[in-house]
Design a protein around this ligand. Sequence first.
Ligand code: SAH
Length: 342
Amino acid sequence: MTSIDTAGAVGEAPAAAPAGKIMLVGIGPGSVEHMTQRARAAIAEADVVVGYVTYIKLVADLLKGKEVVRKGMTEELDRAVHALEAARAGKKVALISSGDAGVYGMAGPTYEVLFQAGWTPDDPVQLEIIPGASALNACAALVGAPLTHDFCAISLSDLLTPWPVIARRLDAVAYADFVVALYNPKSGRRTRQIVEAQRLFLRHRRPDTPVAVVKSAYRRRQHIEFTTLDKMAECDIGMLSTVLIGNSATFISHGLMVTPRGYANKYDVEQGFETREGEKAGRSLSTGLLGWLETLQAQQAQGHTVADLARLHRLPVEYIAATLAEPVEEAPAGESVAESEG
Ligand code: SAH
């Protein structure tokens, strides 16, 4: 085997130098069935496989004849540096991440290390990111359909993020009624963060807001617990848990957590999905942007001040003022009415 130093010298004869490659492989939540074909192929293709022991074990059948580097938790930058060195020496390196490598994973640190080392996308060393199902996808699938409306992810880890930044984001999304997936909710040493998150959420959401705590989704010790916001912090939560907090419309039925898409605003769900009066199939809601602008103009004409309207609609005064300053425009007729629903 050539050492990295000797292989580095091959750079003098570029035609002969085999191009190395770094692959950031998201392997999904942790079962072989939920890994993509490309993820498996990337690992099979690699000369060197780097990752936490738990994930390496999952792909044990693919590792024959490969160099395997088992790393611990806090060595992320190390891992990226090591990967770059090996790739410069012509090797294909797979860095394994759980879930998706771009979600609280190695993708960011790897680009940072590469840029610092003078790497650009034209470099002979290629970088491929292989997407995987993130914990929020996996956990959502297990508990029902909690993410069918606007949602966001917040990590409660303050190892690299100041607490006021995390707290401000919690406060903002709680106010804005997002469904939230909390990553890194609690560890042996970080036990207070989830209590603080609960405190911030309770300022904006009902105490009985549905919450699901999913531990080790699609792994051997998988455990799911349904609770409510006011009891959330008492649950058994650990490093391998993701906490899903519903929005104001999320409900639990037959042991499943569901966030409505909003069909009930437009269609009469109990009457064979007939379109509600005043609504049109394929068109924005009557309370969508254009309909709402008309309402706003009417309210202003009735004598409401901009400040009144801002309070009424819970929006900034400047926004209401700017919006009223522009006339409502109908979309040109004949535009495609099909809106994708995925
Ligand atoms: N890149 C990963 C996230 C890494 S951060 C992804 O995309 O999923 C680590 C956090 O992810 C954990 O603290 C936990 O909140 C969540 N997580 C990862 N795997 C999980 C699983 N199988 N079940 C539940 N939560 C998981």
